[in-house]
Design a protein around this ligand. Structure first.
Ligand code: ZN
Length: 491
């Protein structure tokens, strides 16, 4: 490959050249949302980070199978083993079927992702649709001796596993430390050890989501779904597994342990984790009053927001930080991003107005390579964007007559913007799109009213009345004038 991509592997703690197992096929798994509430800022960053990776891998010539799961069962309130199922709780409070809750919030998640121009994954499997695969994995882990049954539940035997392998490999934690810091068993516990985690939980009588299994009527532990679905769709070993840094422990640590315990080897070659988002320097949390949904951001309806921010402003803002660094949301920072993006679109719209000279007095040819180098360096989007801002400077200087550009370089600028800004960074010019949509809409109404005018001239009153009545019913106000017609849409 001409442009070698390097990615930071959380597992080896260093940047490594990306070499797929079955090139040109790339298998990529990203932990998706637990769908029991409106999509929020915390959902936007992993979705956008791995969307860039998905787009970029495809651009450099790979065929990518991107799996992003939907957690619709087994994600409990407190940890892997305790509390009510988050979706079942919402269903109980709202008197809905759990799957109604799932569908409602999944639709809203998809709408928000569409608005952010996040491409849909290749496969979006639901945990509840893969109970058989999860039970098969529990059986394999039991057979290999790394799990035990207790009171109808099955737990992963972390201590036993740690004797043969290393539990804590991904997060850098040590089992001794974990044993010291975790809760003391209260005697009521079914677990042998406080660090053990549930693979299968027997359902309490009030638990509404449950399935039959060899051990009990129950449900799978949260960590299990990703191991089981990753294996089903991407094979026993696959290239990339991603998610937020908050998932490294315990979720991804447990995923590694499950795959190794079931198959004797690790499933994932490259672990990638995006950093978290803070709001005005604070961690986002419902109790802190700084929990902002994407809909609130897009509409500006939240006490912390001075105005509405468009989906592309949010996307651009997220891409202005490398995915492994923290990112702090504030009105000031968002407004700076909004202005920056406006400058880029304005310049990109002006490229065609640059007068071509016989030669260029600035270096345009290296931009493409710089952008590739930035992305190949662990998806360093802020550096790629800084080169696009260099291009903006050249464009504005050329328009002001301060520098010259050859027609070849003018074309190169067009091509660089199309490739990096639109195709790979996935940004779209919302103002231009909206204007274009409005213009088409107006043209269509004009066309209908022109047809009505023609019908009147032909004394075809039936057609003329039908067009007027139907447009009026849709809320249009139509006025006949001596030159033809005027219209407006009453909202
Ligand atoms: Zn997961």
């Amino acid at each position: 490959m001409e442009h070698p991509l390097h990615i930071y592997n959380t597992s080896s703690r260093k940047k490594e050249p990306f070499i797929p197992i079955h090139s040109p096929l790339v298998g990529m798994y990203v932990c998706g949302p637990t769908v029991y509430g409106d999509p929020h800022l915390g959902h936007a960053r992993p979705a956008i980070t791995f969307d860039i990776l998905f787009r970029y891998l495809k651009h450099v010539g790979y065929k990518v199978r991107y799996v992003r799961n939907i957690t619709d069962v087994g994600h409990l309130e407190h940890d892997a083993d305790h509390g009510e199922d988050k979706i079942a709780k919402k269903a109980r409070l709202e008197q809905l079927e759990p799957m109604e809750v799932v569908q409602y919030y999944l639709n809203r998640y998809h709408q928000a992702m569409d608005a952010l121009n996040v491409l849909p994954p290749s496969i979006e499997p639901h945990a509840s649709g893969h109970i058989i695969e999860q039970i098969a994995m529990v059986k394999a882990i039991l057979t290999n001796g790394y799990a035990y049954e207790s009171e109808g539940s099955v737990y992963f035997d972390v201590e036993k596993y740690n004797k043969d392998y290393h539990y804590g490999k991904l997060s850098g934690r040590h089992i001794e430390e974990m044993l010291n810091t975790t809760r003391v068993l209260d005697g009521q516990e079914e677990k042998r050890n406080s660090v053990d985690f549930a693979l299968w939980k027997k359902a309490a009588p009030e638990h509404i989501m449950h399935w039959p299994s060899p051990w009990s009527e129950g449900f799978p532990g949260w960590h299990l779904e990703c191991s089981a679905m990753g294996k089903k769709y991407l094979g026993e070993t696959f290239d990339i597994h991603g998610g937020g840094m908050d998932l490294i422990f315990p979720h991804h640590e447990c995923e590694i342990a499950q795959s190794v315990a079931a198959a004797g080897k690790e499933a994932v070659r490259y672990w990638m984790h995006n950093n978290m988002i803070t709001i005005n320097g604070q961690k986002m949390g419902k109790s802190l009053g700084n929990f902002i949904t994407l809909e609130e951001l897009f509409s500006g309806k939240h006490a912390l927001l001075k105005k509405a921010y468009s989906p592309m402003t949010i996307r651009f803002f997220i891409l202005q930080a490398q995915y492994r660094s923290t990112l702090d949301f504030s009105n000031e920072a968002l407004q700076a991003s909004e202005k920056g993006l406006e400058r880029i679109w304005e310049a990109s719209g002006n490229i065609s107005k640059i007068p071509a000279s016989s030669s260029s007095s600035v270096d345009v040819k290296s931009l493409r390579k710089h952008c590739y180098d930035a992305l190949n360096d662990d998806l360093n989007t802020p550096v790629a964007i800084s080169y696009l801002f260099d291009a903006v400077k050249h464009i504005n200087a050329a328009l002001a007559g301060q520098v010259t550009l050859s027609s070849e370089d003018i074309q190169e600028l067009q091509s660089v913007f199309q490739l990096f800004l639109i195709d790979i960074l996935g940004l779209k010019d919302e103002v231009k799109d909206e204007n274009a949509a409005c213009a088409s809409f107006s043209k269509a109404v004009d066309m209908l009213l022109q047809m009505r005018l023609q019908a009147k001239q032909n004394k075809d009153w039936a057609t003329s009345d039908k067009i007027r009545d139907e447009l009026t019913a849709l809320g249009f106000e139509i006025k006949d004038t001596k030159d033809g017609f005027e219209w407006r849409l009453n909202k």
